[in-house]
Ligand binder design. Sequence first.
Ligand SMILES: [Fe+2]
Length: 259
Amino acid sequence: MKALPHDDLNGCTSLLKKQISSKSNAAENIRLKNRSGTTKILCVSDTVDPLVYSNNIRERFRDIDFIISGGDLHMKYYGYIVSNLNKPLYFVFGNHHLKHFERFKKSSQSTNSLQNSGYSIKNYFGSICIGDKVIRDKKSGLIIAGLGGSIRYNTGRNQFTDIQMYLRIFRLIPKMLIHRIFHGRWLDILVTHAPPYGIHDCTDRCHVGFKAFLWFMKMFKPKYLLHGHVHLYNANKKRETDYLQTRVINVYGKYVLNL
Ligand SMILES: [Fe+2]
């Protein structure tokens, strides 16, 4: 076999180095994008915000990358936001406004109880339900999981005991594990309706938080836990709290998150 001249070898080596370098730069750019404040998320929850439900929504939120909802909102509100901003909207259901809840559940014909307890991702009103799902936003590369519903306080729908919430978390683990292997982290954002126990929650039965979310943050270390459910009638009420490596944010009304 004819050996390549020394100059050609050097040329091949530098070309290979350039290709590897450009690939790692692309990966780094995605990571930097998430850190440099260029990913902007409009978060909504629980109540219609007049600055969002307004004629100026396009000008006001034109640089938003996507929308997250913590639930308890009308689906038509989501339709209004998506049709104006033309960006993906990821949401979970809360304990109210459940008129369209069944539309997002898996087929009731299924005999598998695990499947019956989950949801399918369907695009309805231009929105994507991420309840009991782990998804990856294509543009930003952010990994987002959803756990809707509130603590069980009566016989209403989408209410869970803490043990039931632990079981729902366990079902997310296989998908999060895949992200841990391929992307180096379990997830970036956990979207819930109810708050974690002892953080932003209240003492009345309906608004007590989930202890399961404290365990989730300890185990899977999301950068953010975004929740609603607890109304912020008092402007001085705490909206953000750091817990271990997670920033917990009550996105009641409207909140713009810069990453
Ligand atoms: Fe709620």
